[in-house]
Design a binder for this molecule. Structure first.
Ligand SMILES: Nc1ncnc2c1ncn2[C@@H]1O[C@H](COP(=O)(O)OP(=O)(O)OP(=O)(O)O)[C@@H](O)[C@H]1O
Ligand SMILES: N[C@@H](CCO)C(=O)O
Length: 308
């Protein structure tokens, strides 16, 4: 096999209370990537969309991931990469992770699956370091494995796949860019013990809720007393959307990744669509362009579309 095309899903990191440790994959939107193995030690990137992302390997997350794989392997191998993005960079929907994870998984397919899932996560985290300044795996891991995942630790890497009940996910992506690196810089570096107690109660509740399939417990645990109060000020309409979505029957939700996208979980499609209507109404009123998705949790991560 010399060429592979893969589909790379969007992801929701943090899942409200689990900053840097929880994430889930979505069925929509997704990027498409084509990778070709070449016998020269270089990475050639072509963009097939209008986002104008850098084509220098060292400045594109896919390139950085592939360079780290080449460094590990040595020898005369390289890659030609085509990236077709649906997931807008700076959306909070794991755009950078889709390229990083997609590059790692596609390269592994071209290299006869010589790396483990954990090794792919390690390679892909180099891409997140470029995009956000920090290695974190809460987008990368669900993007590679699908489903809902807990990253108990990245040093050493300890990934815990969680059960995911069939829930509907409504997402609104206001068309403003919030860079993860900026959204991390505004966070306070210290946390009050009383807030930490609330937060770890919620994280434990959320994990237990997923494992037991207890949707009420999931809803009660979707609360973030540390990150959301700081970041939500960057997102117009956030409080109104959250309050009205819950009144309409959503379990709860919050900022997707570092924002500006907002996600809400619902147990049925009718509620998920009512939530979408609320999101549309709010952003229309605010005069801000937006895109909405009514989707669900993807059980599959980066997946092969075709090989040659
Ligand atoms: N292949 C790529 N895909 C997406 N972004 C890239 C890529 N290569 C470089 N970048 C840069 O990474 C930044 C986008 O990453 P960032 O983490 O800020 O957004 P995101 O991945 O949509 O958000 P989040 O991680 O919160 O879901 C932009 O500055 C963009 O130029
Ligand atoms: N956990 C990361 C996800 C965004 O990439 C953050 O919230 O900064």
């Amino acid at each position: 096999m010399k060429e592979v095309v893969v589909k790379c899903p969007a992801t929701v990191a943090n899942l409200v209370c689990g900053f840097d440790i929880l994430g889930m994959a979505l069925k929509e939107p997704y990027d498409i990537m084509k990778l070709k193995l070449i016998d020269e030690p270089k990475v050639v990137i072509t963009n097939k969309d209008d986002y104008n992302l850098p084509t220098e390997a060292e400045k594109n997350v896919a390139g950085v991931v592939l360079l780290s794989i080449m460094e590990k392997l040595g020898g005369n191998i390289g890659f030609e990469v085509e990236i077709e993005k649906q997931i807008k960079p700076g959306s909070g929907l794991g755009s950078s992770a889709a390229s990083a994870a997609g590059a790692a998984v596609a390269a592994n397919l071209l290299l006869d699956n010589r790396f483990t899932k954990d090794e792919l996560v390690q390679f892909a985290m180099n891409g997140e370091k470029l995009a956000s300044g920090v290695k974190h795996a809460d987008n990368i891991t669900p993007c590679i494995t699908g489903g809902v995942t807990l990253i108990r630790s990245i040093h050493p890497l300890d990934i815990v796949p969680l059960n995911s009940p069939s829930l509907f996910v409504t997402v609104v992506h206001p068309q403003i860019e919030v860079k993860t690196s900026d959204a991390r810089q505004i966070l306070r570096k210290e946390v009050l013990l009383k807030d930490a107690i609330k937060q770890w109660g919620n994280i434990a509740g959320l994990v237990a809720g997923f494992e037991k399939g207890d949707t009420d417990l999931i809803g009660r645990s979707l609360e973030d007393v540390i990150i959301e109060p700081v970041r939500s000020i960057l997102i117009p309409g956030f409080d109104e959307i959250k309050t009205r979505s819950k009144e309409a029957g959503a379990l709860g939700g919050g900022i997707s990744g570092s924002g500006p996208s907002i996600f809400m979980l619902s147990t049925n499609e009718a509620t998920a669509k009512s939530v979408e209507a609320i999101m549309q109404e709010v952003f229309q009123r605010l005069g801000i362009d937006y895109k909405t998705y009514v989707t669900s949790i993807a059980q599959e991560g980066v997946s092969e579309i075709s090989t040659k």
